[in-house]
Design a protein around this ligand. Structure first.
Ligand code: ADP
Ligand code: MG
Length: 694
């Protein structure tokens, strides 16, 4: 089959809708998808019928409302289409009601107190803007998930609300520029996904990978990523076969998988799709992660999505490329050709700059997790400080606006900066600053702080909302001016001057930047525990409430959930560490010591004065480490219990301050022991095996 035959073959997409729905119903559905019009419920039955018939032809026997609870993964409960008939047979049915709304006894999903477990009902509601698809014999219907009272319990609902908010405000701005025709402004997202592939056999030897997704122990292999021979290197046959199957599976589901390559760390890879509407990109990224995990075992591999599977080599992130686009495809962050287009571009750019500066804290929160804490600021990913990279050219243009000076492009003078017009300038596609958390890359921003496991919904929800707020303030001001052009110029100038501090083009990994950022008054929230309280700062609550993205109780519940997830993640790690030390490392090292001791005794029987220096020293060192392991594991267990007795913020802080450091101490003891223990005694796979034996 050719790619065009494969692509979207498992998706109830527009082509299928057009073919299978009555013309009027198809038109109505299309309006909903493209213009955000609410759907006339009466057509649901027709759509459900068409979907069912199509899905059954694809071999489906079940349907599910596919949703995204606050777990970073998706959830599905499968119901078969069967309905019994009087004669003891069954027929296949699927009604409009079942399509539109599902009732889900979902008491075990995190709700942060929004839904008591005794009031366990949650509702899923069809999101017609994301196409249904067939996966493993089940018709999957993308849905939003909310409580009985309509409070969002998922990541999709706030995202859709934030897209609406941005649409409302962006259209006000476009109107001021004389654009009355744009029906809808959407946000676009292209999430680049990093991951590791390790051999299944070695994976299965490790409880830490199994339970925590990352190695809690492991001495570095003699070789790491220092030769830079893996980045963009030729693909190994097994990896290549994996990627081929992955692409095909994703294409079937309509995911625009485009670019694949080896990444910086050994065994690390990346997949980038072609960007699409944000809510679809979010769904597709979830599918991508799921299919990666599913396809890997077909090749004897396991896919690791954790932010930091291995110490000492790069961890995995997700680059969230983001822009604004009209329904006719005009990218609002694309610098235009004419002064008017440029003025509009500069205004949107100013809005993003203002938003990111004013809501740095929420940007930081949107990517915070226990896993991502290992990457940020570790000179492999952007620091925990949010800043914006614009590139020298754009920066110079903004400075010339602020300083009222003329901007000269080197060589060609193509700028004409009057008071009333903005300069025309060629777009800069040359961004290669990999150290910036939020970089302008010619016609979009690339938010580079995201962790690899997380759903991209949260960061996009935040971005959309805070930019909507900036645009709202701009529109409020500009709607009441007489000389629009001058007003725009003044507004851009004022905004840029005020928010210059957030712009930084230098090396974000350097120590100097940390100091300079502090002088500039930028936030440096180095851990999730430091970052999360930003969520409940009044200013941050206000902006989400104002734009109807979250109500206050939704925000507070999310704050609780994030704290809880952080604590749970570290608790599992601590328990796993103690378990591995007691049941695997201590017995293994002890056995090795005993063999060495026997050898010493045997040697001494032959020549009583023989020194046995090597064995004796190793026995001594290992015995000391063995005692350390035992002692630290006891303290770790106690610290973990103490932390568990606390709740909320204090619990998370105890995990960070009292549990994590002991886990590190324990690791140091185990890793030191690994370097002097015979291979055949080491109870689990090594970094060398995991990273280099694919
Ligand atoms: P790089 O590795 O240099 O960042 P890639 O080609 O790997 O570049 O990734 C760029 C990503 O940005 C792709 O997913 C691409 O589809 C996406 N992208 C391009 N234009 C836009 C846009 N207007 N909005 C959102 N994402 C975009
Ligand atoms: Mg990128």
């Amino acid at each position: 089959m050719t790619i065009s035959e494969i692509f979207g073959s498992e998706v109830f997409n527009e082509a299928v809708m057009k073919e299978r729905l009555p013309k009027e119903d198809y038109k109505a559905l299309k309006k909903t998808i493209h213009d955000g019009k609410s759907l006339d419920i009466t057509i649901a039955n027709t759509v459900a019928n068409a979907m069912k018939a199509w899905a059954i032809e694809k071999g489906a026997t079940h349907y599910t409302h596919w949703f995204q609870p606050m777990t970073n993964i998706t959830a599905e409960k499968h119901d078969s289409f069967i309905v019994p008939t009087d004669d003891g047979n069954v027929i296949m049915e699927f009604s409009g009601k079942e399509l539109i709304r599902g009732e889900s006894d979902a008491s075990s999903f995190p709700s942060g107190g929004l839904r008591d477990t005794c009031e366990a009902r949650g509702y899923t509601a069809w999101d017609p803007t994301s196409c249904a698809f067939v996966k493993d014999g089940t018709l999957c219907i993308p849905t939003a998930f909310c409580s009985y009272n309509g409070e969002a319990l998922d990541k999709k609902t706030p995202l859709l609300r934030s897209m609406d908010a941005l649409n409302r405000q962006a259209k006000r701005i476009l109107k001021l520029f004389g654009n009355d025709t744009t029906k809808r402004v959407i946000t676009t997202c292209g999430p680049e996904q990093e991951y590791f592939l390790v051999d299944k056999k070695y994976y299965e030897e490790r409880k830490d990978l199994l339970y925590c997704g990352r190695t809690l122990f492991g001495a570095p292999a003699p070789k790491g990523q220092e030769l830079e021979d893996h980045y963009f290197g030729a693909l190994k046959p097994r990896v290549c076969a994996f990627m081929k199957e992955l692409d095909e599976e994703l294409w079937k589901l309509g995911v625009l998988a485009k670019t694949k390559h080896n990444e910086a760390a050994p065994a690390q890879h990346e997949l980038a799709p072609i960007f699409t509407t944000t809510n679809i990109a979010v769904d597709h990224n979830q599918l991508t992660m799921e299919i990666m995990k599913k396809v890997a075992p077909h090749h004897g591999l396991v896919c690791l999505l954790h932010e930091k599977p291995f110490a000492g080599v790069n961890g995995s992130g997700k680059h969230n490329n983001w822009s604004l686009c009209t329904e006719s495809g005009q990218n609002l962050l694309d610098p235009g050709q004419t002064p008017a287009e440029n003025a509009q571009f500069l205004l949107f750019l100013a809005a993003v700059i203002k938003a990111v500066d004013e809501y740095q804290g929420m940007m930081r929160v949107s990517i915070a997790s226990a896993g991502n804490d290992h990457r940020l600021g570790a000179a492999e990913a952007p620091p925990a400080i949010v800043s914006i990279f614009l590139g020298d050219e754009l920066q110079a243009i903004l400075e010339s606006i602020v300083n009222n000076t003329e901007y000269h492009d080197e060589g060609t003078v193509n700028m004409k900066l009057g008071v009333h017009t903005m300069p025309a300038f060629p777009k800069d596609n040359t961004d290669r600053n990999r150290t910036s958390p939020f970089a302008f890359t010619g016609n979009k921003f690339e938010f580079r702080m995201l962790g690899s496991t997380a759903s991209v919904a949260d960061p996009n929800t935040v971005l959309n909302t805070i930019v909507a707020e900036a645009l709202c303030q701009f529109a409020d001001r500009l709607e009441n001016t007489e000389d629009f052009t001058t007003a725009v110029h003044e507004l851009v100038k004022e905004t840029i001057s005020k928010h210059m501090r957030i712009i930084f083009n230098g090396n974000g990994y350097s120590e100097e930047w940390t100091k300079e950022a502090e002088e500039r008054g930028l936030l440096n929230l180095t851990s999730t525990v430091d970052a999360l309280p930003q969520m409940i700062e009044q200013k941050n609550i206000d902006v989400f409430v104002k734009h109807r993205v979250y109500n206050e109780s939704e925000i507070r519940s999310r704050y609780e959930i994030l704290l809880e997830s952080y604590s749970k993640a570290i608790n599992i790690e601590a328990l796993t560490a103690v378990d591995m030390v007691r049941k695997e490392y201590i017995p293994a090292v002890s056995s090795y010591i005993s063999v060495l001791s026997d050898n010493v005794l045997a040697k001494k029987q032959v020549i009583s004065s023989i020194p046995c220096k090597a064995e004796t020293e190793i026995i001594e060192r290992l015995s000391k480490l063995l005692d350390d392991m035992y002692e630290i594991s006891t303290r770790l267990e106690a610290a973990d219990k103490e932390a568990l007795a606390l709740t909320g913020y204090y619990q998370a802080r105890a995990f960070r301050d009292n549990v994590l450091p002991l886990m590190n101490d324990l690791r140091n003891a185990v890793d030191s022991a690994e370097t002097i223990t015979a291979d055949e005694f080491w109870p689990v796979s090594t970094y060398g095996e995991l990273l280099f034996k694919v």
